[in-house]
Design a protein around this ligand. Sequence first.
Ligand code: ADP
Length: 447
Amino acid sequence: MDFGTSGCRVSLIDERGVQKFETSVKYTDTREANNKTSSSSSSMTAIWEDALWTSLENIPRETRERIVSVAIDGTSGTVIIVHPESGEPLYKAMMYNEKFEVGAQYLASESCRVPDGHVTRSSTSALSKLAHYFANEHPKPISYKLLHHADWLSYKLHENMGVSDFNNSLKLGFDPGSETYPQWMLDLPFAEALPKTMLPPGARIGVVQNPRAKEFLSNPECIVCTGTTDSVAAFIASGANEPGDACTSLGSTLAWKLISEARVDDASVGIYSHKIGDQYWLVGGACNTGGNILRAFFTNDELQSLTDTIEMENMFELNLFGVRDADFFKSNAGGDFGLEVSDAVKKCESERETCENDAVFLCKIFSSIAKAEKRCYDNANAMGASEKLKKVYTSGGGAANATWCKMRSSCLSIDNKSGSTIDVVASEYTEASYGTALLAKKGYHSR
Ligand code: ADP
């Protein structure tokens, strides 16, 4: 099950990993939900819980009875503060993109000993959210626990308090290398609230316990396994599985991930590594400037019909890989540090006037995004990601564009040390829910 920003999607797969059933539920109106207290039936947590039960109910009964393992992914960095016994939310859900400056300031105080440049220093980090609750909202006599979005929803099934996974916990400060919290975290005055049981993604937590959940997951041996974040789940779904395989998500933003033998972390440019499997790292980052620029100028239909008029040779005649374009996405080393979207759109507007037609203009945007993508992978490599890029899977709206994929392949292959062409392909499965179903399968077989 994937709990994204706008809805929940379920993928059911069989023993061989073939998807047999899919269903999705859009969240009811969430515009005001995050201003509601946790006890309100229109709060974010209530909306998520509704989507959980509704989507399980949507699965035909005879299929539901055969489910043997479930895992859930959620948006990374979204956290919920809950009562340690009942699991009931004590505060509004703190969303992945919400900034909690008070919490970040608290963590910046000398007594906390958070290392400079550490991922948790960001005001959107899960730890800043916990510090915010401690410093601002916490009624002192009550104890509380932090759960990530995915943890809380799977808690609704297994009812073991304080279980999380290595991927969701990265922004909390957990170190997947040593598989422990750093000592400075354990010394924080609210350390008691941290998840106690930390497992790799796709590990067995326990059988379904909650009576409501048992109504839908009626197989008494059905287990719940740890999930991951929504973006790692989408990566797992893509089919990428060995060092040098990567996946670029060309949705509104450009997010990239590369399987590497070495871990690469640099919060100053937004590059960080998730642990994947027993021995590899998933090095990745994101840019502001992806499909949202295309959307500022073209509808999806226009994009496709204009693309059909583009000749690959023309792209090269346009010298799109020239120096002139090189600073278009300046400093897009992989973090949210590139041009602001509005600036990039302004830049495109002035560029449009110099183009003889819209097809040429579109080529320029395509090639500029391709170059930003190349820079992301080149940087990861320069920073020590051990494997050279071999194959790039693609998800998101841009994956449908085969011409753009070809162009990206040419761009990514420039100066490729191995001399071979880097294949750019659309991912077979693009839904995060499918990747999370693979984790549920892994957990089932680890018994
Ligand atoms: P989101 O991140 O918003 O979920 P999607 O994964 O749905 O985004 O991708 C939407 C993006 O894909 C849009 O910005 C759109 O411009 C782009 N897109 C859609 N169709 C095409 C196409 N045929 N070629 C290139 N880009 C496309």
